[in-house]
Design a protein around this ligand. Structure first.
Ligand code: PMP
Length: 453
């Protein structure tokens, strides 16, 4: 039976849910990334490293809500902290000690920041961080890397996955709107730099040095690690011209107790975070020095005088107490040996994949660092957006669907968690070997160069 037929056969309840869902939800879901043809599985439960769908199919999770659940599903420490907070109220409508505790935890981990502001998502963390940088510097332009995602909003939904006929030269990429609905005026203020090309990135920054408020960089862009010297060069040129360097660590913060910035030894001016710091609940945060955070500070006055901050930005669900409690419980669990365990599992996964591909005679790039792993179906070294898109994404989609049939949930940004077991990795690698074997006719038809023919 072919892969798609088998998938349809195994997931009748998900299929029915999808048909029903398309009547009330665009594409039957609420996040574009969760849709894939013929229909996504609808999940009913998760525990530890496993998820179950509406048909009762059990799968080993390697998605963990796109890297959020670093302690797996329903970790007892997080569960207990959430229950305890629920017993004392949900959203209380005043500052709480919970947000203070989590802020102190993050400040002590980062070392590059004195203050934190919480938001309900990583998207909003980046929105606010960029507004802060504009307020602090009095400049309007920002620069971001081609291929980088910093959330679904106008100023950064630019050149996330541009088509090459619009994207301009590799060393000086053009700003391309990712979606309809983004005003063309936005393009004037968002410049694009090539990831992992220190010289070309520095050239763009130098050319616009008097207009740039910030350069936003994901220190490891998806599964692509920074080349030695890239982050250093961006740090050096931004510092030289008084431009703020924002590290988007929404994903990469999990790479060490103090994030990717500690791993690579580069100190940004502003750090944005999300995902793991909310313990599985909606969250975002941005952090910086007291000096840079000044525009957010409401001047202290004596009662009844009250003056506004220079920079207004609020949110009803900022620092939601349940999120804060869950996030703090999660961060407390994340001690150095846990990072080491995840790094080792990630390494096993990457090495295992490389040897399977090698033994099967399939050329493909295995990327990732720490707890991340990913396969790009290309014979090229993958170091930036332009090399990523040499990959055959259709093969990736077949692999993902076939692995679903084999009990492995692998989507988006594959990762191992602190509760992923050695046996989970063994099972996943066995499934991948069988999957890659069975995909060979598809690879042969679509991308024969990957088989050396
Ligand atoms: N920045 C990066 C690097 C991300 O990967 C994401 C989401 N995957 C975001 C920002 C946006 O975060 P959120 O989905 O919480 O809005």
């Amino acid at each position: 039976m072919n892969i798609v037929d088998e998938y349809v056969r195994r997931n009748p309840s998900s299929r029915a849910a999808y048909v029903r869902a398309t009547r009330s939800l665009p594409s039957g879901c609420s996040r574009n990334v969760l849709y894939y043809p013929p229909f996504p599985v609808y999940l009913a439960a998760g525990r530890g490293s496993r998820v179950w769908d509406l048909d009762g199919n059990e799968r080993i999770d390697f998605n963990f809500n796109n890297t959020t659940l670093i302690l797996g599903h329903n970790h007892p420490a997080v569960f207990e902290a959430v229950q305890s907070q629920l017993g004392r109220g949900t959203a209380l409508g005043a500052p709480t000690e919970a947000e203070l505790d989590l802020a102190e935890e993050l400040v002590s981990r980062l070392g590059s920041a004195d203050k934190v502001r919480f938001t309900p998502s990583g998207t909003e963390a980046n929105i606010q961080a960029i507004r802060l940088a504009r307020s602090y510097t009095g400049r309007e332009k920002i620069a971001k890397c081609e291929g980088a995602y910093h959330g679904s909003w106008d100023a950064v939904d630019i050149s996330v996955a541009p088509s090459l006929d619009k994207a301009g030269p590799r060393e000086a990429p053009r700003s391309v709107r990712q979606h309809e609905g983004i005003p063309s005026g936005v393009l004037i203020n968002t410049l694009i730099i090539p990831y992992n090309n220190a010289e070309a990135a520095a050239d763009v920054v130098k050319e616009h040095r008097d207009e740039l408020a910030a350069v936003v960089v994901e220190p490891t862009q998806r599964d692509m690690s920074p080349k030695p010297g890239f982050l250093e060069a961006v740090r050096e040129v931004t510092e030289r011209y008084g431009i703020l360097l924002i590290f988007d660590e929404v994903i990469s913060f999990r790479l060490s107790p103090g994030g990717a910035q500690k791993l690579y030894g580069i100190t940004p001016d502003i750090t944005t975070m999300g995902k793991i710091i909310g313990g599985g609940f909606p969250v975002g945060a941005y952090a910086s020095t007291a000096e840079v955070m000044k525009p957010l500070t409401i001047p202290e006055t004596s009662f009844p005088d009250l003056r506004p901050a220079r920079l207004g930005f609020s949110g009803t669900f900022n620092a939601h107490p349940v999120t804060m409690a869950a996030g703090l419980a999660a961060m407390k669990e994340l001690r150095p040996p846990v990072y080491k365990k995840m790094d080792n599992l990630g390494q096993r996964m990457r090495e295992g994949l490389r040897s399977i591909l090698n033994e099967e005679g399939v050329a493909a790039h295995v990327g990732g660092i720490g707890s991340f792993f990913n396969v790009t179906w290309t014979s090229e070294e993958v170091t930036d957006y332009r090399t990523t898109i040499t990959g055959d994404r259709t093969v990736g989609r077949y692999l993902s669907l076939d692995l679903m049939n084999r009990g492995i949930y692998l989507l988006g940004h594959p990762n191992v968690s602190a509760v992923t077991a050695e046996e989970d990795v063994t099972e996943a690698l066995n499934a991948m070997r069988r999957s890659i074997e069975s995909l060979k006719p598809i690879i042969k038809k679509r991308s024969p160069h990957l088989l050396g023919s």
